[in-house]
Design a binder for this molecule. Structure first.
Ligand SMILES: NC(=O)c1ccc[n+]([C@@H]2O[C@H](COP(=O)([O-])OP(=O)(O)OC[C@H]3O[C@@H](n4cnc5c(N)ncnc54)[C@H](O)[C@@H]3O)[C@@H](O)[C@H]2O)c1
Ligand SMILES: N[C@@H](CCO)C(=O)O
Ligand code: NA
Length: 446
């Protein structure tokens, strides 16, 4: 193919897990990319901490630089794969203000400062794309932004963090310990530089905010996401879940809701964003997502239920999403046409998690005496929480138990307001006949 357009200059910031794979693809697939874009994608430099460090994919030495600003200033497209807030944010702002297009996988940055950056890009008439920031290789942001832009998304449930899915899956299927599974996820390049962001749910929460932005066309941020990680999940939780026919997944949930109102209060339309360990029935499509795979389950008014599935982490898969954004941007630079900027315009308030409805699995260790059932069931009733199923189950293996405890009770509730469920559990905990609360887990998809 003949190309008349001059080469497009690409600056790569970061040569870690993802950056080194982007460098490899830009080099090894240069011809293919040129054919698809209609111009050569010329890698003009890679910003690194040390130019002489050993890397997974080695480029000619002269391409490495420690001068990020000079590199950004000569680029048509800047690919940011440093992670973290600074210097990533300033470098992206610098690129935008020069009119360069930007591709990033930096969810931590976008979930906190996205609105400011989207606005800056729109004002500068340049493009900012970030498919890699949510669910790695899976095309999910483009479908939300484009394919579903004529529909109304009502709810998203995602397995959006590969590391925690890998850990929970290993614990469920092989009985691995939390620490061993985490070490393996780190070795395989799924985990963030500081894996606290993975296991405490912050990475999934950042993705929930970005997904909600695109799905609901409103500017949600990380601090509006209710976030619980997986560090408190115990063997007893796993056992209780398995015994009741569920699997535990860390879900990122964004849903449009209308509060019930009543008692003088008006009903409000808004969105609740939450990340927490969640029980799913074993037959739910998301329950079949194993290892470090991700999946995003989308419900829309007209489309119905959709599921997007694939590798959500790892160098090469994430680099695939980065390259997709890069090619798309490059084509527009070559052929003209409006850039794709994302400017959330709707106003949809973020509502507190107490307004969400869900159901709970509650496992209590109780004294084996007359009236225990009536007393515990009574607490659910007082808070208007309806019980779907109740069973007396054996105390979990390895659960030492209290001297007077001879039994445990497992309740599964119908859907109820989160705040009513929370109060129910608090009151159950305080009952004299309840000697321990073994598990409290939310259930979705039943
Ligand atoms: N690894 C994945 O599976 C994955 C998936 C999706 C998105 N992401 C995102 O992609 C980005 C990159 O992830 P990664 O896994 O490649 O991380 P990484 O830690 O492997 O690579 C980041 C690189 O940037 C360099 N860097 C960081 N700060 C720097 C600074 N101030 N100056 C010079 N160099 C600096 C680091 O030395 C490192 O080599 C992050 O935003 C991450 O959240 C990663
Ligand atoms: N640490 C993240 C990388 C992908 O964003 C994960 O485990 O999913
Ligand atoms: Na993606």
């Amino acid at each position: 193919m003949t190309t008349t357009h001059e080469p497009l200059k690409i600056a790569l910031l970061g040569a870690g897990n993802v950056g080194s794979q982007v460098a490899r693809i830009l080099t090894e697939d240069a011809e293919m990319l040129q054919a698809r874009v209609g111009a050569r994608l010329e890698l003009v430099g890679v910003f690194v901490r040390r130019t002489d460090a050993e890397r997974e994919y080695q480029l000619p030495g002269e391409l490495y630089t420690t001068d990020a600003e000079a590199l950004v200033d000569q680029a048509d497209i800047v690919i940011e794969l440093l992670g973290g807030i600074e210097p990533a944010k300033s470098l992206i702002q610098r690129a935008i203000s020069r009119g360069a297009a930007v591709v990033t996988g930096n969810k931590a940055l976008l979930a906190q400062h996205g609105s400011e950056l989207y606005r800056a890009a729109a004002e500068a008439g340049t493009q900012l794309s970030f498919e890699a920031s949510v669910a790695g290789a899976i095309p999910i942001l483009r479908p939300l932004r484009d394919s579903l832009s004529g529909d109304r998304v009502t709810r998203i449930m995602g397995i959006a963090n590969g590391t925690t899915n890998y850990i929970l899956d290993q614990m469920d299927t092989t009985g691995a310990t939390f620490d061993d599974a985490l070490a393996e996820a780190q070795r395989l390049g799924y985990a963030e530089a500081d894996p606290t962001a993975d296991v405490e749910g912050h990475d999934a929460a950042a993705k929930a905010a970005i997904l909600a932005n695109l799905a609901f066309h409103a500017p949600f941020t990380l601090d509006q996401v209710h976030c619980e990680g997986i560090t408190a999940i115990t063997a007893a939780d796993n056992e209780a879940a398995a015994e009741a026919g569920y699997v535990i997944k860390l879900l990122a949930i964004a849903e449009r809701i209308t509060t019930p109102g009543g008692d003088g209060a008006d009903s409000t339309e808004g969105a609740v964003l939450r990340v927490h360990p969640t029980l799913l029935p074993r037959q739910h499509p998301l329950a079949a997502v194993h290892g470090a795979f991700n999946a995003v389950f989308v419900e829309a008014e007209n489309a119905g239920e959709l599921m997007f599935y694939g590798p959500g982490a790892g160098g090469a898969p994430t680099a695939s999403a980065v390259m997709g954004d890069t090619v798309s941007i490059a084509r527009r630079l070559v052929r003209g046409g409006p850039g794709r900027t994302h400017t959330p315009q709707a106003t949809l308030p973020a509502l507190p998690v107490g307004d969400a409805t869900t159901s709970y699995l509650v496992v209590l260790e109780v004294k084996d005496q007359a009236g225990v059932l009536a007393q515990t069931a009574g607490v659910f009733a007082q808070h208007g929480v309806s019980i779907e199923a109740m069973r007396q189950v054996p105390l979990p293996e390895g659960h030492s138990g209290h001297a007077e405890a001879e039994s445990s009770l497992r309740f599964i509730t119908h859907r109820a307001l989160e705040r009513d469920l929370e109060q129910t559990v608090a009151e159950l905990t305080a009952l004299d006949v309840v000697t321990d609360v073994i598990s409290v887990l939310r259930v979705e998809g039943n």
